[in-house]
Write a protein that binds this ligand. Sequence first.
Ligand code: ARG
Length: 466
Amino acid sequence: MADGTDQKSSNQMWGGRFASGPSAIMEEINASIGFDKKLYAQDIRGSMAHATMLASKGIISPDDKDKIIEGLNTILSEIEAGSFEFSRKLEDIHMNIEARLATLIGTAAGRLHTARSRNDQVALDFRLWVKEELQKTEGMLTALIAAFLDRAEENADTVMPGFTHLQTAQPVTFGHHCMAYVEMFGRDRARVRHAIEHLDESPIGAAALAGTGYPIDRHMTAKTLGFREPTRNSIDTVSDRDFALEFLSIASICATHLSRLAEEIVIWSTPQFGFIRLSDAFSTGSSIMPQKKNPDAAELVRAKTGRINGSLIALLTVMKGLPLAYSKDMQEDKEQVFDAAESLELAIAAMTGMIRDLEVRKDRMRAAAGSGYSTATDLADWLVREAGLPFRDAHHVTGNAVALAEKKGCDLADLSLEELQAIHPDITKGVFDVLSVEASVASRTSFGGTAPSEVKKQIAWWRGRN
Ligand code: ARG
């Protein structure tokens, strides 16, 4: 061949009916070893469980099983020591390991693949990997939630403006705002836990797609590998990548939450807002403007979301046209999941660090909380409660007061009693008690409301659930 490819030797694992080896391009498009080597530990664990089961059912001899286990242990140490030579000609992690096993132990290696196909093998390896990744994600979310609970506790009384449309709406506490994120990441964690339960079924033994005639024990391998039970339909088993899609959709939702938080951090850390100061550890300077401190970590968390969402769409698109059962298209599942997992881990870790480290500028939050007529609703509520006005009328009267304050360039609390009474005669000096942001916040004691007393209850509830 002009490109120097050796066309003579066919693939040593499945080459029985092929006269010549794959062309260079075929080898390149077909190979997954470049990325699926990440599954080596799961592959070896799966093979050990399979060989043990085969021996216990009398399908292979105890002696062959011992050789297989010993050989697999050697391979595990070789890979971990970095001395294992991965070959692209051997396509993927499954065949790389099996070929090495043959070199190490001879003919017994050929018995390992009895009653098994790469279709159930890859489904097993990948499922084990995703399960472990979900367990790791669960722990990382718990750490992020714990960081927020601590900040919420310290700031249960810290007043800040609450926003809708990013316009000042009503005063809230920073503790309450932190607890909103606890709710979001708590839902993410619940989704992770549910996904772990959902995927907790063992694929091994589904074989190519139809099951096998060997007297295997799928319950035994399921148990050995830490699964609740075996999957129930061999055709579905080898064509199912829902666990990967669930991982990616959970990752996308979680990344979306992280991105919204990142956006708030970017806004809050501007000199104009100045609600927080990021630690040096999570910001960078500008190479030209000495005054700058940029929230790069938050910006990158926001950007990683695009990547993670992209992975979800990519895999959904790969899967949408596939007939049952396995198709090689499914080999494209791994890179999306690996990349999203790496991005998500990094984003959660960076965010946990930022939340733990950031300095809350209570004075700036307090000053902003009082501006923008944030207690206008409190005035309207006072008119309903104390002067007996219907809420709609109270809303109108309050609107007049806001217009006057705006004209005078002052806050609602700076209007005199006479000015307020000119707007509505039933207003008394008691109204000034509700026009302060502290009074406004303290009054919102409805379940889940922003009052410090209520926020503390929510913190206690979450602490009991960790
Ligand atoms: N490398 C393949 C994958 O990741 C393994 C399964 C191959 N199965 C097959 N019948 N060619 O999907």
